[in-house]
Write a protein of this length. Structure first.
Length: 363
């Protein structure tokens, strides 16, 4: 069996230390807002290159809280890409904000800037730039389009821990007004449950974010804003602190694996997406009209795979009727023919050769 992602194997060397640290939390009883939470926020600010990190319960909450902190309201419009995880959409619709969808490029998962430009109106208040698969979004291109308009940029960096934008010479999470990260177990940096954070260089926004996620207040018994309960618990913080030590090494290994695929998959029936320098390869996605045949072969040879994602945003059941008259051909093509290859940092050279050889034998 070639695993798509083997979290248990990755974390094996940390198990004893993690269990000891969890035992300390249980002994101390500081399950919420323990010192380890602040310690993790401090360490992650170095990874993201941002001045402030506000930890939250999960990546979806990070997006929702960000829109709240920016003061967006019903009637406003937020642009999102046609290919992303559904949380990018749900954080918008759950606030009563109007989602506007823009297509992606033919050769990668970033916004098609021409389509994005067409979607901007007087009601546009924010653009969510998704660093899908760990591939940096073209925020420099987005900034040139919006110019002096008062439009917020929110980075959806749920898959981009440690990624870098070489065009702007900045770390992902430090470029937009806010950056949103998920620490879902399968991420490049994953907790043992749900967890997330928001990054910013604005002291004012950091304070607002904290108030919203902390039941609407800095003070325990008061309520200054309309908030929610979305806190990173101390046990998840100690787990993330331990795993943070391997992030850089694991990202480099993912880049090595991606480079192997780039050089060794040469079948003309397979199209490889274009990944930027600074990508951390949360996924390595190929496209092929022979996708069903590849899946059949992989199942027979016991090779795990992924689909990220088989439904474009405009086709999601609860919202598809609103976009019947709009076309998103690039995102729909990726949804139909995209396939994610094993990208676990511990994948062996032998297994990588087996995967490449099987793909190259496809006709």
């Amino acid at each position: 069996m070639i695993k798509f992602l083997d979290i248990q194997k990755q974390d094996k060397k940390h198990n004893k230390k993690i269990l000891r640290d969890i035992a300390k939390v249980i002994h101390n009883g500081n399950f919420i807002n323990g010192v380890e939470v602040k310690e993790f926020e401090k360490e992650f600010s170095k990874i993201s290159g941002s001045k402030f990190v506000v930890s939250v319960g999960n990546g979806t909450d990070a997006l929702y809280i960000s829109l709240n902190a920016l003061g967006l309201k019903r009637g406003d419009e937020v642009i999102i890409p046609a290919m992303t995880w559904k949380s990018t959409l749900l954080c918008v619709t759950n606030m009563g904000i109007t989602p506007v969808i823009a297509d992606i490029n033919t050769d990668n998962s970033n916004y098609n800037l021409n389509d994005l430009k067409k979607k901007i109106t007087k009601k546009t208040k924010a653009i969510i730039a998704v660093h899908l698969y760990g591939n940096p979004a073209d925020i420099n291109g987005i900034k040139k389009i919006i110019e002096k308009r008062k439009i917020f940029i929110i980075e959806d960096a749920a898959q981009a821990h440690g990624a870098f934008d070489y065009s702007l010479k900045k770390k992902i999470g430090s470029i937009g007004h806010l950056g949103c990260f998920s620490f879902y177990p399968g991420k490049n940096l994953g907790a043992y449950g749900d967890a997330g954070c928001i990054t910013t260089n604005s002291k004012r926004l950091a304070k607002k974010l904290f108030e919203i996620k902390n039941v609407g207040s800095v003070n325990k018994f008061d309520c200054e804003v309309n908030g929610i309960n979305s806190r990173l618990d101390t046990i998840q913080a100690v787990i993330l602190l331990n795993k943070l030590k391997d992030l850089k090494k694991n990202n480099k290994r993912r880049q090595v694996i991606a480079d192997f695929y780039e050089k060794n998959i040469i079948n003309k029936n397979i199209t490889k997406l274009v990944y930027k320098p600074g990508c951390v390869f949360h996924q390595y996605v190929i496209m092929s009209k022979k996708k069903k045949k590849i899946i059949k072969i992989f199942k027979k040879k016991k090779i795990e795979y992924g689909e990220h994602y088989p439904i474009s945003i405009n086709k999601l059941s609860f919202i598809k009727d609103k976009f019947l008259n709009q076309n998103f051909p690039n995102a729909e093509y990726l949804a139909k023919y995209g396939l994610s290859l094993p990208i676990d940092p511990l994948t062996s050279l032998k297994d990588l050769k087996k995967i490449s050889n099987l793909l190259n034998s496809l006709n």
